[in-house]
Design a protein around this ligand. Structure first.
Ligand code: KG4
Ligand code: ZN
Length: 351
C-alpha cells in the first residue's frame, strides 16, 4: 500500500508519500515562517493564500521524489480538520481532485490523529499508549487506545504551550517562531531569577493553563522597562521556560499515574508536536519516565512538527481498517479526537 498525504491546516504546506511497511518515499515541507514573522504569529488569510500558491508544486515534488505515478497510489489522504479552515480547504480540495482523477480512495484525516499515530510509523509502538501533544495549536494528554479511539485526559483551558512560548518571545523581542528563540536565550539565563507561577500545579486532573503565566511574564517585562539588559531578557526567558515546563511535567505526571493504573498493558509515553523539540522538556520527560518506570518515545523533530508523512501514515492505518471517505467530505475547523470528553472551560479550536 502506498499513500500520498497532504497537510495544510496551519502554517506548513506539506506532501509526502509513505508505504505500508513504514518507508517514507518523500516528505516535502514548506514552512511559511517568514511570511508570518513580521506579525509575530500565524495570520490565517496569509496562510491560506500561501497554501494555494504552493500546494500543487509540493505535491508534484513529493510524487517525483517518490518516483511514483498517481494511478499507482493506493489512496490519497489529507488533513480535513481541525485547523485554520482556509488552509484545510486547500489540502482537502487538492486531495479530492487527485482522488477523482486517479480514481483512488480519499481519506480525510484528523490532524491530531496524524500526530497521535506518528509513533507507530517511527517506533512501531503498540496500543495503548499515552500521548503528550504539545504544539503551537494544541496541548493535550491523550490515551491512544486504537485507530479512531482516543481518551482525552487533559487539554488546555486557554493557550497552547507553544503559543505561550511564541507570545513570550514576542514580548521579549526574541523573534518568531518563539520556541527555539526562547530556548536559546534561556540557555544564557538563570531560571531562578524570577518567581513565576506554575499554572495548575498540584491540582487534580491533567488540564493545562498558560495564559496566567504569559501575563506574569508581561508584567515582569514591563517592570524591568527600557533598561532591560540582554541578561535580564535571558533570565526572564529561562524563568518562563522553567515555569511552563514545570507545569507541563506536573500535569503529565498525573496522566502517567492514571495511565499506569488503568492500562496495565501499556508501557510508553509518546511526545509529539513542535514543543517536543525542546531539550529541557526532553530531559525532564526522561527523568519522569525513568522514575515512573515507563518508556519514552520522541519521534524525530521533522515528524513531530506538522508534516505530510503523519497524514499519509494515518491514512494507511485507516485504509487498512477499510475506512475511506466520499468526495462530499466536509472540512472541519473543530474536530475533537475524543468527542466524549468534557469540553474544557473556555475551549476554542485548540481544545
Ligand atoms: O507542531 P508545530 O510545528 O505546529 C503546530 O502548532 O501545529 O509546533 C510549532 C510550535 C510553535 O509554537 C513553536 O514555538 C514551538 O512549537 N516550538 C518550540 C520549540 N521548537 C518549536 N517550543 C519550545 N521549544 C522549542 N525548542
Ligand atoms: Zn500540528
Amino acid at each position: 500500500m502506498v499513500v500520498l498525504g497532504l497537510e495544510s491546516s496551519c502554517d506548513e504546506t506539506a506532501a509526502s508519500v509513505v508505504t505500508e511497511d513504514r518507508v517514507i518515499l518523500s516528505n516535502v515541507v514548506l514552512s511559511q515562517t517568514e511570511a508570518h514573522a513580521p506579525f509575530g504569529g500565524v495570520v490565517p488569510e496569509i496562510a491560506a493564500r500561501a497554501h494555494i500558491v504552493q500546494m500543487d508544486r509540493l505535491v508534484a515534488q513529493a510524487m517525483s521524489e517518490a518516483k511514483i505515478d498517481y494511478p499507482d497510489l493506493s489512496a490519497v489522504a489529507a488533513t480535513a480538520g481541525p485547523g485554520l479552515i482556509g488552509g484545510v480547504l486547500v489540502g482537502l480540495m487538492t486531495a479530492k481532485a487527485i482522488a477523482a482523477v486517479a480514481d483512488i480512495p480519499l481519506i480525510g484525516i484528523n490532524h491530531l490523529e496524524g500526530h497521535a499515530l506518528t509513533a507507530r510509523l517511527t517506533d512501531k509502538i503498540a496500543f495503548p499508549y499515552l500521548l503528550l501533544l504539545v504544539s503551537g495549536g494544541h496541548s493535550q494528554l491523550l490515551v491512544v487506545e486504537a485507530v479512531g479511539k482516543y481518551r482525552r485526559l487533559g487539554t488546555t483551558i486557554d493557550d497552547a504551550v507553544g503559543e505561550a512560548f511564541d507570545k513570550t518571545a514576542k514580548m521579549l523581542e526574541l523573534g518568531f517562531p518563539g520556541g527555539p528563540a526562547v530556548e536559546r536565550s534561556a540557555l544564557q539565563g538563570d531560571p531562578r531569577k524570577y518567581a513565576l507561577p506554575r499554572p495548575m500545579k498540584g491540582r487534580e486532573g491533567c488540564n493545562f493553563s498558560f495564559s496566567g503565566l504569559k501575563t506574569a511574564v508581561r508584567q515582569l517585562r514591563e517592570k524591568i522597562g527600557i533598561e532591560a539588559t540582554s541578561q535580564d531578557i535571558s533570565n526572564l526567558a529561562a524563568s518562563f521556560q522553567q515555569a511552563a515546563i514545570d507545569s507541563l511535567m506536573d500535569r503529565t505526571q498525573n496522566a502517567v499515574d492514571i495511565f499506569k493504573d488503568e492500562y496495565p498493558n501499556g508501557d510508553t509515553l509518546v511526545v509529539a508536536g513542535g514543543v517536543a523539540a525542546n531539550q529541557y522538556l526532553k530531559s525532564e520527560l526522561t527523568n519522569l519516565t525513568q522514575m515512573r518506570n515507563i518508556k519514552l518515545a520522541v519521534p524525530p523533530p521533522v515528524l513531530c512538527t506538522d508534516n505530510g508523512a503523519m497524514i499519509a501514515w494515518a491514512g494507511i492505518e485507516k485504509y487498512k481498517l477499510g475506512q475511506s471517505d466520499s468526495l462530499a467530505l466536509a472540512a472541519r475547523a473543530r474536530w475533537p479526537l475524543d468527542p466524549d470528553a468534557e469540553p474544557a472551560p473556555y475551549a476554542g479550536y485548540k481544545a
